[in-house]
Design a protein around this ligand. Structure first.
Ligand code: SF4
Length: 187
């Protein structure tokens, strides 16, 4: 039944026209990896490589994410990776509040199907959607544990921000390790 719901959601997303991004997309980037995983990673929105391939986090930021995950005991194929906005904003624009709100029911439905225990929110757009609280900067909220329903949420920097500022790499690793410790404590 769960798999059936998931497949219906994929089909639904491919026809989605709930915001203006449907006009310019090549593919809806639904997410990839193992949705049964206890941990999901949620980023911002697809870029041009992701839009072309229909997959999240490919290209440089994706390679960096894979490296950070592997170095901390996670395989990309054993976690589920998606974005708050499933279609690419043209010209590498940041997603607008309207686009994020239009796409939120899809993310909420994805989460409702598999109910992951943990989410690593990558960047402020993911944080703004998943955290029911205002914040001024990512610095203020990273390294803490929040809740989205029954799911525990840790916020960290987006890999694209790490590419721009490599000093953030240690911080992202620290936050991934924090989720590892939470998962280990649960066993
Ligand atoms: S970004 Fe989300 S809401 Fe907008 S068209 Fe794509 S799937 Fe639908």
């Amino acid at each position: 039944m769960t798999q059936q719901l998931w497949d219906q959601l994929i089909e639904f997303s491919e026809r989605c026209r709930a915001c203006d991004l449907n006009k310019s997309r090549t593919h809806v980037v639904f997410g990839n990896g193992d949705p049964r995983s206890r941990i999901w990673l949620v980023g911002e929105a697809p870029g041009s490589n992701e839009d072309e391939q229909g997959l999240p986090f490919v290209g440089q930021a994706g390679n960096l994410l894979d490296k950070l995950l592997e170095r901390n005991g996670f395989k990309r194929t054993s976690v589920f990776v998606t974005n708050v906005v499933k279609c690419r904003p043209p010209n590498n624009a940041e997603p607008t509040d309207d686009q994020k709100m239009a796409c939120l029911p899809l993310l909420a439905a994805q989460l409702a199907v598999w109910k992951p225990k943990y989410i690593l929110a990558l960047g402020r757009h993911a944080a703004s959607v998943l955290l029911a609280r205002p914040f001024k900067s990512l610095k203020e909220i990273r390294g803490q544990v929040f809740e989205y329903g029954d799911t525990r949420v840790v916020v960290t920097y987006h890999p694209a921000a790490v590419l721009r500022n490599p000093r953030l790499e240690d911080i992202v690793e620290h936050d991934i390790q924090m989720i590892s410790r939470l998962m280990a404590g649960e066993k």
